[in-house]
Design a protein around this ligand. Structure first.
Ligand code: ADP
Length: 176
């Protein structure tokens, strides 16, 4: 059975990696598909994210990396996948993930969404959290693969947080 694990992976965390490794034990073939989403402003380019994932998944032999810019189910159908793999962390994930699963099922009933519950130690972990830590000079080495920790550090040493935070907008002139 082929499973597609779609996501932003900006950047990949140990939580993502845990889902990938467990997915590779469950399915014959797993495709990690990085979404090219024009509505998001990522920290890392798609190519950087693919390289990051490639570096930390060398040990997995039934894994493929790809990108997509269509509906997830369109991509999964094209790749002949029967399963969309997603991770579930806290309750707040649930509402969105359930909505997406139902939407995808309404579009392509032959594709099932399979959720893997996060491992306890990664239940709080997200890409946004990791970027926030790195932005303010903290160490994320215990939360992301080693290669990603290095790139995060490089990224924010080159660009101090003040540059990344947009300046406050000018106040509106008083109305006449
Ligand atoms: P998206 O923008 O599609 O939510 P993400 O890269 O944020 O992309 O997440 C991809 C998938 O990985 C989602 O199903 C998300 O719930 C899951 N995920 C993210 N972090 C973790 C984690 N720490 N543990 C388990 N699953 C996770």
């Amino acid at each position: 059975m082929i499973a597609v694990y779609p996501g932003s992976f900006d950047p990949i965390t140990l939580g993502h990696l845990d889902i990938i490794e467990r997915g590779c034990r469950l399915f014959e073939w797993v495709i990690v598909a990085v979404a090219r989403n024009p509505n998001k402003t990522p920290l890392f380019t798609v190519q950087q994210r693919l390289n990051q994932i490639k570096t930390c998944t060398q040990h997995l032999t039934n894994l493929e990396l790809d990108t997509f810019d269509t509906l997830t189910v369109t991509y999964a159908t094209k790749r002949k996948a029967q399963v969309l793999l997603r991770g579930l962390r806290v309750l707040s994930d649930f509402e969105y993930e359930l909505q997406m699963a139902h939407t995808n099922h309404s579009l392509s009933p032959q594709i099932e969404t399979v959720f893997l519950a996060t491992s306890n130690e990664y239940s709080f972990l997200s890409s946004s959290l990791v970027k926030e830590i790195a932005k303010f000079g903290g160490s994320a080495t215990h939360l992301v693969p080693e290669n990603v920790a290095i790139e995060l550090e490089e990224c924010f040493t080159k660009t101090p947080p003040s540059v990344l935070i947009p300046p406050p907008t000018a106040p509106m002139p008083p109305a006449d």
